[in-house]
Structures are given as structure tokens and as C-alpha cells.
Design a binder for this molecule. Structure first.
Ligand code: BES
Ligand code: MN
Ligand code: ZN
Length: 534
């Protein structure tokens, strides 16, 4: 999928005011499909609803160029004023006579955008999704999207957010595992969609923002696709060593500085909790550090930490067999951190960002940790392992201690940490845990902007009671009540040196059932958070 921009300097901004001359410019551009947004007011002016006798507004101007096609669509009932309704007009002979080069015109209804409550990104996404659905899956190969006609607010920054969202959706929709990993599906039934090129048309009022937004959106999609690939790859291929190699590969493609620590170095750092999980597997653990130096030297970095369990069998506290294959997705936190680092480096973000990934398998074996074992974390705190299946927190706690050395501006960890988070929030929001109101606000906002949303859950002192151990500083489980909260509380004991937030993505990182596959979340959230952060 390719995204480009095309600026028509004189074209005016709002669909209602779109003048004949601007329409002519757009229509004479050759494309498989010109995509235009219209409001309820445009519809009323055209259809004679609300008592208007003469046809006014841009739909009637358009109708003249299209030789009555708009009117015809209205007469047969294909044109509507319902939000997100679409109407596809196909070229007829008479169009060409008027100099129209577009083969189709897709009209998309924005609804009643006079109301402030209707001018939100959530509404826009509904409209954009309907339009993209109409463009893909058929014979349309390219489209020209006239961005100003979709502007719910005529503010260049808002337009940029809208465009980023369209690129995110369209890019996401175009993802195909079989096409990206041809060695995995030999009889590649999966064919890439024909719809390959989306051009955002703009005018002088939004030219700069449009170009930047497309570039940022494209970089985000690259990161999401990488995260999806890593999640979807089978656990016999996507091992800790593989993740390390992928990270190192990125440093060759981009400006990322990547360091991968092996077993000996992890031992030397004293990461007893991380090692206690890794030791049950034949596959050695890796500790990946990726740096993006886009800000000033010495500027405090944002640090992202991702859980990288490439397969979670549960260890000696073995999981039941049903759907155990899905535990290959237990490295989706790591995948999203690697994907986000890739995005950040592609968009040359002017900030310092560090991605850290502790990665290993959680397997049962004669060398695996037992329930009852006590291990010493890098922080010095001892941990009684009461359930070897609560392994994510064990590998993360050492990574959280490790990152103190970066004197971070903030640390965000991302993990498929608890099944309990799926019970609490389902597959809609990721769980957000933080005592820092600033971080909570920024992440919540970034979630809305990318429709990759979070919901805050508590971290109160009272829950820490559940983690008490008679034999060590802390236990690794807190019983069934509030399982996601006690997991987050466990992590918080290792984050006292900096501002910290934890994202539990157990319910949002992948889909199960017939649509089984990685979602690429929370790459959009993290990329938006980093972009918007001052
Ligand atoms: N990776 C799992 C959490 C998980 C389970 C995510 C299912 C998505 C779907 C994690 O390592 C785990 O096993 N957690 C346990 C914790 C419990 C033993 C306290 C859980 O959620 O059951
Ligand atoms: Mn587990
Ligand atoms: Zn796990």
C-alpha cells in the first residue's frame, strides 16, 4: 500500500463552499476514484429537503459535471444524509465530455457537522472506515481523497490527525501475513488487495501538515506491520534469538543503535528473576536495547519496555492445553516496542527514545523453576515464585531496574500480562496503570487520537497486601481477586526511581477465533503518545 499527497493550491476548503473551479481541477485529475465528503447541509441543499426549492451547494455543482449522476443516485435512493453512508458513482460517457478523468466518484456523508459534538475523531473514523471499505476488495487500484472536504474542523492540526488515522486504517487493512511471509504459506491463497495507492489531495491551507501526517502515518503502519508479523510468526521461528536478530537488522536499515545482551551478560547484571524464567528452556534468553537519538544529547529519554515471552507454556505451573498455541502471542509487548522503535526511527522523531526487551521462553523442564523457589531480582528484592505461570512480571521487574541507568523522563512497559485483564476490559481497551496523572492524561489522549484506547485501573497501596510472602520480600502472585491490579502492583515495586505507566495488552494484542491474528496494538497509541509529547 502506497500513500502520496497532491496539492491543488487554489482548491477551497469546505465541501459546502467547494467552487466550480476547484471541482473542475479535482475531477480532471485522472484516478480510479475521487473521494469526496459531504455534510447533511450539502445533502439538504441538493435534495430539496428542509424546503429548499432550488438546488444549491457543491453536490449540485458536482451533478453538472457528472451529467446528472448525483441526481440519479438521489432519485433511486442511493444518496443519503445518514452519517457514514456512501454512494459510488461510476463514469458514464457524458462525464468525459465535461473533462472528467475520474473513473468513479465516491461520496461519503459526514453527517450534521454543524454540531460540535459531531466533529470528533471517533465520528470521523466511522466515516473514514466506511469509505475505505468501499475502496478496497474490488477492482479499484488507486484513489484521490480530497482531504479538505472531510475536514470536520478546518484546523490544519485536526486534518493531520484525520489523515494519520486514515493511513493507519488503510495500511492496517492491507496487512496480509501470507504475502509478507511467503515462506510460511507455500500455496499462497492470500492475495494482496488490488487497492494499492491512496493519494491525499489538499490545498495550500493544509499542504505542510498533510505531507507530514502522511509520512508519520506511513512510518506508523510500518511499525504496526512489523509488530503483527512478529506476533503472528510461530514460536519455533520467532525465538528470543530471532527477536534479537530482527532488532539488529533494523539498526542496519535505520539510525537505531541496537545492543543485544546474551546469557553471560544477563547473569553478570544479576537479573535473577529474569533468569529464573529463562532457565526452563533450551533456548537462551536475550536482552535487547534499542536507542533512537533524535533529541538533544543529554535530554532525558522516554523508555519503552516490552514483555518478550516467545512462548508461555506456564512452566511447571503448566497451562491447560486449550488454545495454548495463542501463547506464541506472549511477546506482543516486545513486538509493539520493536515496532514503535522502527516507526520512530523512520519518522526521524526529534526525541530520545529507548526500547528495552527482555525475551525468553517459559517452559516446563527438569531445569525449570519450581513453585516455592525464591530468587533474587536485580533490585536486590527477593521474590517467592508461587506460580511459575506469573512469569511476565519476573522478566519485566529486572528490565525495569535495568532502565534506571537511563535516567528516563518516563518509562512505559507493555505486556500481555494477565488473563484477568481480559475479564476486566475484554478486547476493547488496554489496561492502564499509573500514579502519574500527567502520563495517564497523555496516554488516554493518544489512545483516543489513534482509536487504540486505554482504560485506567487502580494501583492503590491496599492491593499490595495480597503480595505478602512469609519467606521473601514479595510473592509473585496475589490470588484471584484483582489479578491485573496485583500484577501491576508487583511491577510498581521496581519503578520508584522514575515516572512510570504500565499497559496490560492481554485482551488487545491479538484476535482469536476465525480472525486469529495480531492487531499491532498498541503501536498506534505509543506512536501518537510520542508524537504529541511536548
Ligand atoms: N501471558 C499470560 C497472561 C495471558 C493469558 C494473556 C491469556 C493473554 C491470554 C501470563 O503470563 C499468565 O499466565 N498470567 C497468569 C497469572 C496468574 C498465574 C497469577 C494468568 O493470567 O492466569
Ligand atoms: Mn504465564
Ligand atoms: Zn505470559
Amino acid at each position: 500500500m502506497q500513500f502520496n499527497t497532491k496539492i491543488f493550491p487554489q482548491a477551497d476548503l469546505q465541501s459546502a463552499k467547494l467552487q466550480k473551479s476547484s471541482l473542475k481541477l479535482l475531477l480532471s485529475h485522472s484516478t480510479n476514484c475521487l473521494v469526496l465528503g459531504y455534510s447533511q447541509a450539502d445533502f439538504d441543499g441538493f435534495s430539496g429537503a428542509k424546503g429548499a426549492k432550488t438546488k444549491v451547494g457543491f453536490l449540485s455543482e458536482l451533478d453538472q459535471f457528472l451529467d446528472g449522476s448525483v441526481n440519479h443516485a438521489n432519485v433511486v435512493g442511493d444518496l443519503d444524509s445518514k452519517q457514514a453512508s456512501i454512494c459510488m458513482l461510476r463514469a458514464e460517457k457524458a462525464w468525459a465530455v465535461n473533462g472528467v478523468k475520474a473513473k468513479r466518484v465516491l461520496l461519503v456523508c459526514l453527517g450534521d457537522i454543524h454540531l460540535a459534538s459531531e466533529r470528533t475523531l471517533t465520528i470521523f473514523s466511522k466515516v473514514a472506515r466506511a469509505a475505505l471499505k468501499a475502496l478496497s476488495g474490488g477492482s479499484i487500484e488507486n484513489a484521490l481523497w480530497f482531504t479538505p472536504s472531510f475536514a470536520l474542523s478546518h484546523n490544519a492540526d485536526f486534518i493531520a490527525e484525520e489523515v494519520r488515522l486514515i493511513v493507519q486504517y488503510a495500511g492496517d487493512q492491507a496487512y496480509c501475513f501470507g504475502v509478507r511471509q511467503p515462506t510460511m504459506k507455500f500455496k499462497a491463497k492470500d492475495k494482496a488487495d488490488k487497492f494499492k495507492n491512496l493519494v491525499f489531495a489538499g490545498n495550500n491551507a493544509c499542504a505542510k501538515e498533510l505531507k507530514a501526517a502522511v509520512e508519520q502515518g506511513v512510518a506508523m503502519v510500518e511499525g504496526m506491520h512489523l509488530a503483527k508479523d512478529l506476533g503472528n510468526l510461530p514460536p519455533n521461528i520467532c525465538t528470543p534469538t530471532y527477536l534479537g536478530k530482527i532488532a539488529q537488522g533494523l539498526s542496519k536499515k535505520t539510525g537505531l543503535q541496537v545492543e543485544v545482551l546474551g546469557l553471560k551478560q544477563i547473569e553478570a547484571l544479576g537479573m535473577g528473576a529474569f533468569l529464573s524464567v529463562a532457565k526452563g528452556s533450551e533456548t537462551p534468553p536475550q536482552f535487547i536495547v534499542m536507542r533512537h537519538q533524535g533529541g538533544k544529547t543529554g535530554e532525558a529519554p522516554i523508555v519503552l519496555v516490552g514483555k518478550g515471552i516467545t512462548f508461555d507454556a506456564g512452566g511447571i505451573s503448566l497451562k491447560p492445553g486449550e488454545a495454548m498455541d495463542e501463547m506464541k502471542y506472549d511477546m506482543c509487548g516486545a513486538a509493539s516496542v520493536i515496532g514503535t522503535m522502527y516507526s520512530v526511527s523512520l519518522m526521524k522523531l526529534k526525541k530520545n527514545v529507548i526500547g528495552v526487551v527482555p525475551t525468553c521462553e517459559n517452559m516446563p523442564s527438569g531445569r525449570a523453576s519450581r513453585p516455592g523457589d525464591i530468587v533474587k531480582s536485580m533490585s536486590g528484592q527477593t521474590i517467592e515464585i508461587l506460580n511459575t505461570d506469573a512469569e511476565g512480571r519476573l522478566i519485566l521487574c529486572d528490565a525495569l531496574t535495568y532502565v534506571e541507568r537511563f535516567k528516563p523522563a518516563a518509562v512505559i512497559d507493555v505486556a500481555t500480562l494477565t488473563g484477568a485483564c481480559i475479564i476486566a476490559l475484554g478486547h476493547v481497551h488496554s489496561g492502564l496503570f499509573s500514579d502519574d496523572e500527567g502520563l495517564v492524561n497523555e496516554l488516554t489522549k493518544a489512545g483516543h487520537a489513534s482509536l487504540d484506547t486505554v482504560w485506567r485501573l487502580p494501583l492503590d497501596a491496599a492491593y499490595h497486601e495480597q503480595l505478602k510472602s512469609n519467606f521473601a520480600d514479595v510473592a509473585n502472585i496475589g490470588g484471584r481477586p484483582a489479578g491485573s491490579v496485583t500484577a501491576a502492583c508487583f511491577l510498581s515495586r521496581f519503578t520508584e526511581q522514575y515516572k512510570w505507566a504500565h499497559l496490560d495488552i492481554a485482551g488487545t494484542a491479538w484476535k482469536n477465533g476465525a480472525a486469529k491474528g495480531s492487531t499491532g496494538r498498541p503501536v498506534p497509541l505509543l506512536v501518537n503518545f510520542l508524537l504529541e509529547r511536548k
